[in-house]
Design a protein around this ligand. Structure first.
Ligand SMILES: Nc1nc2c(ncn2[C@@H]2O[C@H](COP(=O)(O)OP(=O)(O)OP(=O)(O)O)[C@@H](O)[C@H]2O)c(=O)[nH]1
Length: 656
């Protein structure tokens, strides 16, 4: 028998401003419906056959209001009890709250009463209840892998567009992700409360860019609550129910996983056929390994044990997987006793940027290994292989979907696992051909041409097709920027009288570092940008070495375009000079291509006397300063006889 689960009642907030009044009153009206859903205060999932289930995603450009809208839906269905001004409920990670961006897709199950073909005479209690699974997705291009995975569990998507900003680069990218997944798309024009909102212009853009019927667009303000009452009825009426057959042997798609200290690996799953019950023996189609379903439930929005998940439902299963490596995102889990055809799964993530990760303190290697293993369970898009650097010791070469993704991964390692890491200059995966005809993909510049006797004969670098949307007056500076970055214009048109749309082929290397910031700064923050990977292009790339006192520092090697090598080499040595403390001997810092030195700086010798500032003979103060110096030294990496502070490695990341 399915276990019962409890609804939470919505909370009413005091009315204290006209703005709040309209929001609260709308919410109150809507919530009264959901409150009546909860009359019996329990839910039995067997009441929700596929016809009564809707799985949908919220997709949008960054900051167009997805998470706020998701929160409002959770509130109006009584799933969460909260008020205005609180951090977004579904942005749970510290990194998400600090940066104000969604990094992980989050699923929440809601219940809502609605009569199809709306019979207004019907009492709320008589309206059938629907189970709605909402998936809030990230907006930034680096996390589009999360979006495409989430869409695999959905039949529809709310495409949210800011009423003032209109269609932006990630609106285009996300629309095509949903369109290619054959999802029903409901356009939602949000933030209509803004003084500069122009819903008619956005409607026209939706028509011209995506051929979406302007009449289908819903107008909302997640801030004031205006128009929210139309969202869930549209979801229920327009989005099809999940396909899948109740009478087939159970199979489900593993959508995501994370490690919980108490429960072990928790897998988020979408049950495609049959039903999953607590106690079932399940197997992984990828590995053949079998497990027991120890706990089964829904995200409501916290884990709520239900003991069963039926066809079309999205929820979680705790299966006693011991290692996070066993939870392969995209895998099909099924009843161990039956054979099933595995579900299509997901395209493997394509790594755009690689960087070495090393423990700040060499003795922390095992701790970092453990932290990376746990975190990659929750972020399957990172690739990890072990590597060794002469400068930094044992570490890992990790592949990321972009620079922001890399940054977020570092931050999560530090915040969630207390790991202190040093990362090497990010690089993109090049293909090099040697004089003997052999080809290699180079993810770590230090490994390039490490075989003596092999000469590089040719190089190919990855490129992307970039979509840029800007107000028309910024077209000139953007064209200049793209050509400086070795871009090739592929398309140039106008979305409407005020906005230009451009497509460029750009080398990936030119956009991973700093391109977006520069684009934003030359367009006063108005440009939006998105990219998808394209083919490799032949290119004239060289390896740039950094030498300290004549000794190459492998962790600082980078690959640059021949024409830019001189400038990059100069910037790198100047940066290093600023960050390396003077030591007891002279230090030469050089940048070199092969045996040719292209830039050089010298740090003259000096004894850094930390006690110089300590006047008088206070022993405790002297001790304190010496302790501080010792602590600082721990964070240094010794290359030959030169100590390099951690910050030097971080600073080098910013040179393109
Ligand atoms: N005026 C107004 N502001 C809104 C509305 N909806 C959201 N916002 C604000 O817009 C900002 C971005 O909202 P989010 O919900 O974080 O946007 P998002 O699309 O989830 O952002 P990412 O997760 O980073 O992609 C926040 O400051 C919200 O308070 C709205 O309807 N009107």
């Amino acid at each position: 028998m399915p276990r019962e689960t409890t609804y939470r009642k919505p909370l009413w907030f005091p009315v204290c401003s006209p703005l709040r009044w309209s929001f609260e009153s709308t919410l109150r009206g809507l919530c009264s419906q959901s409150r009546q859903n909860t009359k019996e205060n329990v839910v039995d999932l067997s009441q929700y056959p596929p016809e009564r289930i809707r799985n949908f995603s919220i997709i949008a450009h960054v900051d167009h209001g997805k998470s706020t809208l998701a929160d409002r839906l959770l509130e109006l269905t009584g799933t969460i009890k909260r008020g205005h001004g609180q951090p977004q409920y579904l942005d749970k990670l510290q990194v998400e709250r600090e940066r104000g961006i969604t990094v992980k897709a989050q699923t929440a199950t809601m219940f809502h009463r609605h009569a199809l073909n709306s019979n207004h005479a019907m009492d709320d209690n008589d309206r059938p209840s629907f189970l709605l699974n909402l998936i809030d997705t990230p907006g930034h291009v680096d996390f589009s892998y999360e979006v495409s995975r989430s869409l695999a569990a959905c039949q529809g998507a709310l495409l949210v567009v800011d009423a003032a900003q209109g269609v932006q680069a990630q609106t285009v990218a996300n629309f095509y992700l949903a369109f290619e997944s054959n999802l029903t798309i409901i356009p939602v024009i949000n933030k209509i409360d803004q003084p500069t909102a122009d819903p008619d212009r956005v409607r026209a853009q939706l028509k011209s860019m995506f051929d979406l019927d302007p009449k289908d667009a819903l107008l909302t303000s997640a801030k004031t609550g205006q128009g929210l009452e139309h969202l869930l009825p549209a979801v229920i009426e327009r989005i099809p129910c999940p396909p899948g057959q109740c009478d087939l042997p159970m199979r489900m798609l593993l959508l995501d996983a994370y490690y919980d200290e108490y429960k072990g690996v928790i897998c988020h799953v979408a049950v495609v056929d049959g039903a999953l019950r607590k106690g079932d023996k399940i197997a992984s189609a990828a590995t053949g390994q079998t497990y027991d379903a120890l706990d089964v439930g829904i995200m409501h929005p916290e884990l709520k044990s239900t003991g069963v998940l039926f066809t079309g439902q999205v929820g979680y299963v705790v299966s006693g997987m011991r290692s996070t490596k066993e939870a392969r995102v995209g895998d099909t889990l099924h009843w161990a006793k039956s054979t099933v055809i595995p579900l299509p799964g997901f395209k493997p993530a394509k790594h755009m940027v690689f960087s070495g990760l090393y423990p700040a303190d060499g003795s922390d290697f095992d701790a970092l290994n453990h932290a990376i293993e746990r975190l990659t369970c929750n972020d399957a898009s990172v690739s990890v292989t072990k590597e060794t650097s002469t400068a930094l010791g044992m570490g890992f070469r990790c592949g990321f979907l972009g620079l922001l993704h890399m940054d977020v991964f570092h931050q999560r390692l530090e915040q969630e696992y207390g790991a202190r890491v040093i990362s090497t200059i990010p690089t993109v995966p090049y293909i090099f051909e040697y004089s003997d005809g052999s080809k290699v993909q180079v993810q770590n510049p230090a490994t390039l041409a490490s075989n003596p006797g092999k000469r590089v004969a040719a190089c190919w670098e990855p490129s992307v097709i970039a979509t840029i949307i800007i107000p028309s007056e910024y077209v000139g500076p953007v064209i200049t920027l793209c050509s400086e970055r070795r871009g090739e214009q592929l398309e140039y048109s106008f979305i409407d009288s005020q906005r230009a749309f451009m497509k460029y082929r750009l080398p990936l290397r030119e956009i991973v570092i700093d391109f977006y910031n520069e684009l934003k700064s030359i367009t006063s923050g108005y440009a939006t940008f998105d990219y998808e990977d394209d083919e490799y292009q032949k290119s004239d790339m060289v390896k740039l070495d950094i030498l300290l006192n004549g000794q190459p520092v492998d962790a600082m090697a980078t690959i640059v375009h021949n024409l830019k090598a001189q400038r990059v080499g100069r910037e790198l040595v100047e940066k290093l000079k600023k960050f390396i403390d003077r030591q007891m001997f002279e230090i030469t810092i050089q940048a070199a291509i092969g045996s040719k030195i292209i830039a050089r700086e010298t740090l003259s010798a000096m004894r850094k006397n930390v006690l110089a500032k300590c006047y008088g003979g206070d022993v405790t103060r002297k001790k304190k300063l010496l302790e501080k110096q010792k602590e600082g030294k721990k964070r240094m990496k010794r290359v030959g006889s030169v100590d390099i502070p951690q910050e030097a490695f971080h600073e080098l990341l910013k040179v393109s």
